[in-house]
Design a protein around this ligand. Sequence first.
Ligand SMILES: [Fe+2]
Ligand SMILES: [Fe+2]
Length: 156
Amino acid sequence: MVVRDEYFCGILEELIQESRLLMSKEFIQHGCTSVYAHSVQVAYESYLYAKRKNLKVDYRQLIRGALLHDYFLYDWHNQLTPHHLHGFFHPGIALRNASEDLVLTAIERDIIRRHMFPLTIIPPRYTESWIVCWIDKCCSMRETIFRRKASRMSVS
Ligand SMILES: [Fe+2]
Ligand SMILES: [Fe+2]
């Protein structure tokens, strides 16, 4: 993915300076996609979607919340806990990590905490959170399908 938007890149670079976001390059999300690449993809697509639809949202908080939505900072494939429990617990872990490094707004906190809805029961509260919740699922599905196709091609 090539990110060409100056406003988006400015927020991304600022967040990289203030947080441990680059650490997420070391961890795989789905297939061969790192958590970092996944987070940038979700943030950029959420931002482009909101712009395209002319939605009344705060772009800065939308981008920051999306960049931090998977800020759990561990390899969930190598955990002793079953994978499905990662789905339940990682939003809370991501929020705790992000709160250690940054002062978060209510919207940014909600984006991180509620992005796994409906797996986690309480729905998002803000439009920004609903956008990230939806775009995250689209990106995750694409990464998983791409991985399946790639592994089928490597077998044959
Ligand atoms: Fe997540
Ligand atoms: Fe995600």
